[in-house]
Design a protein around this ligand. Sequence first.
Ligand SMILES: Nc1nc2c(ncn2[C@@H]2O[C@H](COP(=O)(O)OP(=O)(O)OP(=O)(O)O)[C@@H](O)[C@H]2O)c(=O)[nH]1
Length: 394
Amino acid sequence: MSTDDTVAGPLLGRERRSPLRAMLALFRSSWSRLEPADRQKLVNLQVSVTQPAMATVMLGGAVLLVLLGCLEALGWVAGIGYPPALSVVVGLVLAFTPLLVWYQTRWYVRLAVLLAYTAVLGVFLSVPMPGAIPQLAFRTGLFNMLPIAMLALLVRRRAMALFVGVVLLLSLVRVELHGAPASGQTMYWLYVFATLGFGWMLRRYRSEFAARAYLQSMNLWWQARTDPLTGLLNRSGWEAVAAQSLGRGTGGRVRTRPGCLVFLDIDHFKQVNDTHGHQAGDDALAELGRIIRSREGKDYIAARLGGEEFVVLARTASLQEAWRFAERVRADFALAQEALGCTLSGGLAERQQGEDLSSMLRRADEALYRAKSTGRDRLLVAARSDGVPHDASA
Ligand SMILES: Nc1nc2c(ncn2[C@@H]2O[C@H](COP(=O)(O)OP(=O)(O)OP(=O)(O)O)[C@@H](O)[C@H]2O)c(=O)[nH]1
């Protein structure tokens, strides 16, 4: 899960809607609500889950071909023109393809193996040799189990499209070479398209289910890491998101701006609670959250750490930009809370080479402490760790 997304909408519970609307909703996939990075993660996750099932289905098809070859040799079932021994040998060779699907890491190689496997199995199960007796209805039925299972298991759209192409091509070749089974061409194509349709539906269901479960888990993740009063991240959410964001590069470009941390704390908040009541205190906290959200810039990660302490990591801001942001928040808050006379103090720390989050937080906290002890209602910038003082307001 990419942790720098915004909150992912309401929880997806059991939605009450008409059956028709529920069916149509399957066509508006929840995938569209996922960020590209999350989609990629979900694709990888689904591939890893469906891979063993896919390998098992492929092994099953190969075993079926060996079995048919043996039964044909015994004269228990009618053949379609291929020597039974060849069916057995081809079946045994195909039995190794699941290993390739299992161990091969490149998806397009796996797909090529699957397509080749499908073509070969399709020929031996349902495309007869020209001139052979077309005892085909049940054989084709057996083969068409494969598209249903594979479409339910294929994850990537391109893979699905190519797979459908191979199945249609096989069906076409078979009709061209030998006509449709006794039930007739119309019935045959209905059968083929119903097979593909059901397979596609299963795949749709699977990926929709995965996307919804993923969105649910993302929602729960954010709920557990969001402060309900202010809508900002809570401490654990901020630590996770901010630490991850600090560690992340800027896509190969050298970051010229170091980033800053702003630590804000409402002055005499206990007094606000004691004098005007807890609700007035809550309102002041919510107001500060709203102001921070309205003033924060791109790449800002804001949180309520607890009580009346707020923190903002301005990932790519210069000290001057962070200062201007904090100053606007301080002024907006003083204005909004004029009636209560509620003010804000803050400490700012500019990130130093290789500095981690806890060190920035500690320095900003020291600056905040100095702002509090020198009169409150002000911002101060932390000295660098080598002791050189900063002056961002200049
Ligand atoms: N209304 C409300 N009050 C809270 C909440 N969380 C913590 N507080 C109160 O915030 C107050 C914090 O008080 P102090 O830590 O003494 O800080 P202060 O009074 O702001 O003093 P300075 O920070 O030194 O200016 C306490 O009275 C807490 O009960 C909350 O969610 N809502």
